[in-house]
Unconditional design. Structure first.
Length: 69
């Protein structure tokens, strides 16, 4: 993942890929281009981004929203 200014990057082992979090908006993207809203990113941050790959894949396929962790 190309690193750009204004973004924070982190490798997530459960997904086996990097994430990028926009420093001003809190929006998060994964290497495979899945977008997580600011609210979703905050929920995932509360569990140190340790969420199952299956949750990510469902979001990717159905473009759902994570409402609880």
């Amino acid at each position: 993942m190309e690193q750009k200014p204004g973004w924070t990057y982190r490798f997530i082992s459960s997904l086996n890929m990097q994430i990028a979090i926009n420093d001003s908006t809190g929006v998060m993207y994964t290497e495979d281009k899945v977008r997580y809203s600011t609210e979703e990113q905050r929920l995932l941050q509360s569990i140190d981004y340790a969420f199952p790959l299956s949750v990510h894949l469902v979001k990717k396929v159905f473009d759902g929203t994570i409402v609880s962790v």
